[in-house]
Design a protein around this ligand. Structure first.
Ligand SMILES: Cc1cc2nc3c(=O)[nH]c(=O)nc-3n(C[C@H](O)[C@H](O)[C@H](O)COP(=O)(O)OP(=O)(O)OC[C@H]3O[C@@H](n4cnc5c(N)ncnc54)[C@H](O)[C@@H]3O)c2cc1C
Length: 381
């Protein structure tokens, strides 16, 4: 399977690795401390084609594939998971607009978030609906040809920045014959009347990625903001969710690889009891486990991405890869701190910052429990 990684993928990896080392690493601690969106990095990532790599060139994308984008996220997360998280969160509205938007919506909303002029958000989660996304309460009512939206969203990544652009939100637009909620998606431009931000949420991970609450009070939108058909919202979101799981897995792989490399370097430089730490077998085994898990996660994630690129089914593979990579990343982040001793607790050490980042990955894009429900349901059907 790894033979399918071609010269172009290798070139992408080298280019992103250089960018992450030269442009992201020097700012990572500052972004974490200030809980700040990485404006300069975002602009450059757009110019270099990293944001839009798997999207069509006619909308400002790179015409590449999902394996390539998985590698982009892996390499960025190897240095700073929060920056990679912003790319990942931007790709969800990008995919929805690309797959279901009109030509006009794509030109207006997709191009700027692929080129780095704006950043996109996905607004699904609400205070009373996270894993249970079909239970959202935000409502959109059609009145005199205009959609009036009332409700709220929470935990929305990439929101509230100076360059936040389209926010694709899900809202209830009716009731289906079987009693379930009919859900539709809307493209909300930043600054739409009746759309305001609540608190900037303070987090233990993904600190260099902004997260706000969103409020809609008689938010008034023209019909051109509806994405696809009325009632197609949940189907649109679900059709894209397995891709999101590969991408969150890629962030986890970056943490695994980064934890491994930082741990190896520290074992070779730090001494205790007159010996390098690398000489203690109990610590050697920790990096051996990290290497095994990084290799396994990489194979699983690339397999899922290759299936997607080939137009094959990949839902199960994406869920398995997501749960494996994120849980092993959490473990690797934990053990990397252990290897670094007290230094590992200090925020100036990247291993300490990766700990909170890894925890987020077990929760977003379907928690570990939800992945196991999906996997076991398929096994037992
Ligand atoms: C940093 C961050 C960024 C985020 N960014 C976004 C974003 O950009 N857009 C967006 O829409 N959302 C975003 N989210 C929200 C995220 O998708 C949700 O937090 C996630 O889906 C879990 O939902 P919840 O928090 O409501 O937890 P809950 O659904 O309340 O789950 C709580 C616990 O119950 C478990 N549980 C729930 N249902 C079951 C079940 N049936 N069986 C067994 N266990 C179950 C869960 O696994 C979890 O352990 C973000 C969250 C975070 C933390």
């Amino acid at each position: 399977m790894l033979q399918q990684i071609n010269e172009e993928h290798d070139m992408t990896r080298q280019a992103v690795r250089r960018f992450a080392k030269n442009e992201i690493a020097p700012l990572a601690e500052h972004l974490w401390r200030e809980q700040e969106f990485p404006y300069a990095i975002w602009k450059q990532a757009g110019e270099l084609g990293f944001l839009g790599l798997p999207y069509p060139e006619r909308y400002g994308g790179g015409g590449g594939n999902w394996l390539g984008f998985t590698i982009v996220l892996e390499e960025i997360a190897r240095v700073d998971c929060a920056v990679a998280a912003s790319l990942m969160a931007n790709s969800t509205p990008a995919s929805l607009i690309n797959n279901y938007g009109t030509e006009e919506q794509k030109q207006r909303h997709l191009r700027p978030i692929l080129e780095g002029a704006q950043v996109g958000c996905i607004g699904l989660t609400e205070p009373n609906a996270g894993s249970d996304a079909a239970n959202i309460e935000t409502r959109a009512v059609l009145r005199d040809g205009r959609w009036i939206i009332n409700g709220s969203k929470t935990f929305i990544s990439n929101s509230g920045t100076d360059i936040t652009g389209p926010v694709v939100i899900a809202a209830v637009t009716g009731t289906l014959p079987d009693g379930r909620k009919e859900i539709s998606n809307f493209i909300l431009p930043n600054g739409a009347p009746g759309f305001t931000y609540g608190r900037k949420l303070q987090k233990i991970g993904w600190c260099g990625s902004t997260t706000y609450e969103l409020f809609f009070e008689d938010c008034d939108l023209g019909d051109e903001h509806l994405l696809g058909q009325v009632g197609a919202g949940l189907k649109q979101t679900l059709s894209n969710i397995s891709t999101g799981r590969i991408l969150i897995g890629a962030l986890a792989l970056g943490i695994l690889q980064g934890s491994l490399e930082r741990s190896i370097a520290y074992l070779k430089e730090r001494k205790a009891f007159g010996k390098f730490l690398a000489e203690f077998q109990t610590l050697q085994f920790k990096v051996a486990d990290m290497a095994v898990h990084a290799h396994g996660a990489r194979l699983m994630l690339y397999d899922a991405a290759l299936r997607k690129d080939a137009g094959q089914r990949f839902d199960q593979q994406a869920s398995m890869a997501k749960v494996f990579a994120t849980e092993r990343a959490m473990e690797a982040a934990h053990q990397a701190i252990q290897i670094h001793g007290g230094n590992g607790i200090m925020s100036e050490y990247p291993v300490s910052r990766a700990f909170g980042d890894a925890k987020v990955l077990e929760i977003v894009e379907g928690t570990s429990e939800i992945q196991r429900i999906i996997i076991s349901r398929e096994l037992l059907k």
